[in-house]
Design a protein around this ligand. Structure first.
Ligand code: NAD
Length: 443
């Protein structure tokens, strides 16, 4: 796939499409993160002090980032880095360049990263940051100067053993290469492990771009088997045909599933016999090409409303576009038996409860799309060991990490008779609480 878009760690969405959605989000990332923490805490015998502590970030760095514009004027932007919890290892999470970056959003997203790393049993905690800026309004030179200055402002707080940023909305592998270079020049040595999501030539890894989609596909495969569906002929609908959606859809197609519908911001295409997913360009190959494919292909029809994809009669629904798309307004109409969250936070808290009551199995984002941060962990391992892995190694290790996490969560689902989301949080929170307990609160 093209490197024109970010091979991000975690919570990237396309700035174009996201800007409006952010304003109408029914709940902020921080609200959701705190509610989900409280929900899961009920199932665990954890010291309430630990839960209270986890509702707050360890620290949030706020920095001024001056930029000399191409016309010689100087503009000062605000940057953040929220560091939620590092009891299990260095903070890990993306850096966004987006006009809607805020301290609260960074804190909420950093909390999600803590849970995601813990459910995958990665030796990382959660971080998230960004600069309040519209990257589309910057030239390439301005982006580079902004990134280098931001790296310098964060230099004391990041590092391969402290906090390891990655691309996110509005940033990409080039941004990470500049960040790594600025950091390395000040440190006096090349330090590839300070960020992940870099181009492979400077310490990036093979297989990073497709990783979140691959993990989603693996989770769909496991969930189908668990609920006695044949993967061959399993009907699947995928909202969002970007990095996560297209990679998941193509793998499932290769594995025998019938991907009957996919969508992007232009609309949704449907073919009861299954779409040829490799013939539909993904977002990075050709933005919003789904409608064009529908127009040119016999048997492929456009749905009247793109959002109808969420309520199709399919076995598995994969929301892989943006957050807050399955809400109290449409949850009663979802007809899939299994929902596998490719996007971050596609299901609101209220919708989640409605789906659970109706017996729809929702496999949560922190497990399903965690292939991204997992392969970032592989990149970091390669960097600190100065040893590259082949694509085959990356895929084999990812498969093994996903199966291990899937089984850990499945055991909690069975033992406690709880939802997959609660089970994932129980696994994550259990690990974090245990680490806090053995380390102790000091001084
Ligand atoms: P992307 O920019 O590559 O693709 C997004 C796709 O969603 C595009 O096809 C776009 O047209 C479509 N889209 C946007 N709004 C839509 C809407 N309302 N209805 C239908 N389609 C819509 O983005 P991505 O990297 O695939 O990320 C998708 C989601 O997955 C985001 O929530 C992101 O935070 C999350 N995620 C991404 C990664 C990653 O590394 N890429 C990792 C974990 C989670």
């Amino acid at each position: 796939m093209s490197t024109g878009t970010a091979d991000t760690d975690e919570t990237r969405v396309t700035a174009d499409e996201q800007s409006d959605d952010h304003e109408t989000e029914p709940e902020s990332a921080l609200e959701t993160a705190r509610r989900q923490l409280e929900h899961a805490a009920v199932h665990l015998d954890v010291d309430p002090g630990v839960i209270e502590r986890l509702k707050h970030p360890t620290t949030v760095h706020r920095v001024a980032v001056p930029l000399e514009r191409d016309d010689g004027s100087v503009e000062v932007f605000t940057g953040y880095r929220a560091q939620h919890d590092d009891v299990r290892g260095p903070y890990k999470g993306g850096l966004r360049f987006h006009p809607h970056v805020s301290e609260e959003e960074c804190v909420g997203l950093s909390m999600w990263m803590t849970w995601k790393c813990a459910v995958m049993d990665l030796p990382f905690g959660g971080g998230k940051g960004g600069v309040v800026v519209d990257p589309k309004a910057l030239s390439d030179g301005e982006k580079e100067r902004l990134t280098r200055r931001f790296a310098e402002e964060l230099r004391k707080f990041v590092g391969p053993k402290k906090d390891i940023p990655a691309p996110d909305m509005g940033t990409n592998s080039q941004t990470m290469a500049w960040f790594m270079d600025a950091y390395s020049m000040q440190e006096g040595e090349t330090v590839p492990g300070v960020v992940t999501g870099k181009p492979p030539v400077v310490g990036g890894t093979e297989g990073r771009e497709e990783a979140p989609g691959r993990s989603v596909a693996i989770v769909v495969r496991e969930a189908a088997e668990y609920y006695d569906y044949d993967l061959d002929g399993l009907t699947v609908a995928v909202q969002g045909y970007g990095s996560v959606g297209a990679n998941a859809a193509r793998l499932l197609d290769e594995w025998g599933a019938d991907v009957v519908s996919v969508s992007d911001t232009g609309g949704a295409v449907y073919d009861a016999d299954g779409l040829d997913t490799h013939s539909i360009p993904s977002f990075s190959e050709e933005p919003n090409a789904v409608t064009g494919y529908a127009a040119e292909t016999d048997g492929a029809d456009l749905l009247d409303d793109g959002n109808d994809i969420l309520t199709l009669d399919v076995d598995v629904l994969i929301p892989a576009a943006v957050g807050n798309v399955i809400t109290a307004d449409n949850a009663a109409d979802v007809r899939a038996n299994i929902v596998v969250e490719g996007a971050n936070g596609p299901t609101t808290f209220a919708a989640d409860e409605m789906l659970a009551e109706r017996g729809v199995h929702v496999i949560p984002d922190i497990l399903a799309n965690a292939g991204g941060v997992t392969v970032s962990y592989f990149e970091w391992l390669q960097d600190i060991n100065r040893r590259t892995w082949t694509l085959e190694q990356v895929q084999t290790e990812l498969e093994s990490e996903m199966l291990s996490a899937w089984n850990d969560v499945r055991q909690e689902v069975e033992a406690r008779d709880i939802t997959w989301r609660d089970a994932a949080y129980v696994v994550a929170l259990g690990r974090i609480a245990e680490a806090k307990s053995v380390r102790g609160l000091w001084p």
